[in-house]
Design a binder for this molecule. Structure first.
Ligand code: PLP
Length: 235
């Protein structure tokens, strides 16, 4: 078995064990393979292991891979920070955007989504770490942005995404993941048709699943350590 196949199997086991511990059904959390910095060939290998959803953070790098892999039925998720002058290719070529944090970005994505495609699936990114992160809306603004996304014709609101400040302490991880879970419950109570909590990465997917994650975004645990090409390119 190749390295990626073994890693996919190990990761599926971790997800299944966490779902069991949480008392949730075995496939309660989807595995989004985060392929940023990894080659189209690595993605082909992961697809051969049964993975179909891939996450990318850097637009130009991603578009090259979308072209190279156009023969495969892959579902592409844009998970990086998105500048307003770069929304069009995302609206035209991706199925999901996880990091929507501004009304302007949401409106542009909706306007630019081709009418021939289903609405773009969107998660509102919530800043659960306060000063420690510059990305995401403050929790108290997340519901109003969610309502706005839900009202736009080119978008389909799916839920919330969060990248908490990392911690090796399980209790701390869980407290940080509980906030998006509470927001999802509030959104439901307000009548929003949400079904997705995008949270948990290689180091903390178990805690995220225990707090209700429905999609874990896993990169290094599947593909190995990342090597960035240029300085300043870190997410
Ligand atoms: C890179 C990245 C991941 C994957 O992180 P790993 O620790 O390699 O699993 C998940 N989510 C986002 C938004 C990322 O940028």
């Amino acid at each position: 078995m190749g390295a990626i196949a073994a890693a996919v199997q190990a990761c599926r086991k971790r997800i299944a064990a966490a779902c069991a511990e949480a008392g949730r059904y075995a496939e309660c959390a989807r595995l989004l393979a985060v392929s940023k910095t990894f080659s189209a060939e690595a993605i082909r290998e992961a697809h051969a292991c049964g993975l179909t959803a891939f996450g990318e953070s850097y637009l130009s790098e991603a578009l090259g891979k979308l072209d190279a892999l156009a023969d495969l039925p892959l579902e592409w998720h844009f998970i990086g920070p998105l500048q307003s002058n770069k929304t069009r290719p995302v609206a035209e070529r991706f199925a999901w955007v996880h990091g929507v944090e501004r009304e302007k970005i949401a409106r542009r994505l909706s306007e630019q989504r081709p009418a021939t495609l289903p609405p773009l699936n969107v998660c509102v990114q919530v800043n659960v770490s306060g000063e420690a992160s510059k990305h995401g809306v403050p929790p108290e603004q997340a519901l109003s942005l969610a309502h706005l996304v839900a009202s736009l014709p080119g978008l389909r609101l799916r839920g919330f995404m969060a990248i908490p400040e990392s911690s090796t302490d399980i209790a701390t991880q869980r407290i940080r993941f509980s906030l998006p879970r509470i927001l999802l419950e509030q959104a439901r109570a307000e009548g929003l048709p949400v079904d997705t909590l995008s949270m948990g990465m290689s180091a903390d997917l178990e805690s995220a699943i225990l707090e209700g994650s429905t999609m874990v975004r896993v990169g290094s645990a599947l593909f190995g350590a990342r090597h960035y090409q240029e300085e300043g390119e870190l997410p």
